[in-house]
Design a binder for this molecule. Sequence first.
Ligand code: HEM
Length: 357
Amino acid sequence: MAFARLSVLVALALTATQTVNAALTKRVTWPLACTANPPVVVPLFPIVDQIQQDLFDGGDCGEEAHSALRLSFHDAIGFSIHGSGGGADGSILAFNETETAFHANGGIDDITARQFPVFLETGLTAGDFVHLAAAIGTANCPGAPRLEFKFGRPAPKAPAPDKTIPEPTDSVTSILARFADAGFSSDEAVALLASHTIAAADVIDPTIPGTPFDSTAGTFDTQVFLEVLLKGSLFPGNGSQSGEVLSPLHGEMRLQSDFVISQDPRTACTWQSFVNNQQKMVTEFKAAMAKLQVLGQPRNLIDCSDVVPVPKPFTSAIKFPASFSREDVQIACPQRAFPSLATVAGPAPTIPPVPGS
Ligand code: HEM
């Protein structure tokens, strides 16, 4: 076991040293090891630098960063506490031909195709790569928590079973049951949906790729928890599509699943509790992600979270989009006070698509 781990580390060090050699001579002054105790002698910092350059345009919170986070969820959730699925094992990347064909993985082939050659160059296991890339991509978004990264996942053995990823047309009961089967409470499920603050849809309505779920898809703020509660009045593209419901803003997509979760008595108060409460949202999202990122994995992974970049903070109060106010909120948690928010000045906006979608 110890020998196997050592030979993996040596192989990783050699492979990654070769592939990042050019970058190292020019710009990298990082320490080579993750500072776990004892230290992990794998050049993770140069790999982080390589992922930033090759996948995220040097550190953007763009389409690829968003998709890397979605990929980590779709990889990990293929797991059941009752014994099936490899969880956060990178099977979605290693067995991408099988898993990208699952209905819930529509559009995910773009990011597996982008990540696969970089994954091979780094020499990491597929699970370590998928969940490191997600932590880095998320860190590029101002306001995001610095997600954990644990090192040492074994290679995946098989594709995840199909029909384990929630779909936007699913009922709240079915979504919560699936999360519970993977080990998450309903509060943790809602916290994980903070991810939709840096998200857009490509395949719900293919006529409008890159249509975001909130007005600030480049910032990890609480805006999505507010905007999903606003009265809907329009469909942003080619009429009503499966999995979407009325949206409040031109250029914005509202997922049916987000909306029903925001309104259901089992989840509405947790949903509302995140509105303009950045600290609560990032704390609970980070904690739920820490569980997600190691689902089904050995307990003795090594904490290498110090390789994850430190995100820029987001400290402003959020606002109603222009022309909206408290009167437009579909309150589903009447027992708690709704926060008092200002409104952006001017006419109702049209939200631009996320570039590169
Ligand atoms: C009820 C559970 C969920 C459902 C039904 C759901 C559904 C969806 C759908 C339909 C899309 C748009 C796909 C497309 O048209 O391109 C999407 C995007 C996204 N989802 Fe979820 N999701 C759920 C939970 C999560 C969780 C837990 C995470 C992460 C922890 C996540 C992260 C994302 C991200 C980051 C995107 C944007 C990807 C991009 O812009 O490229 N989702 N989700």
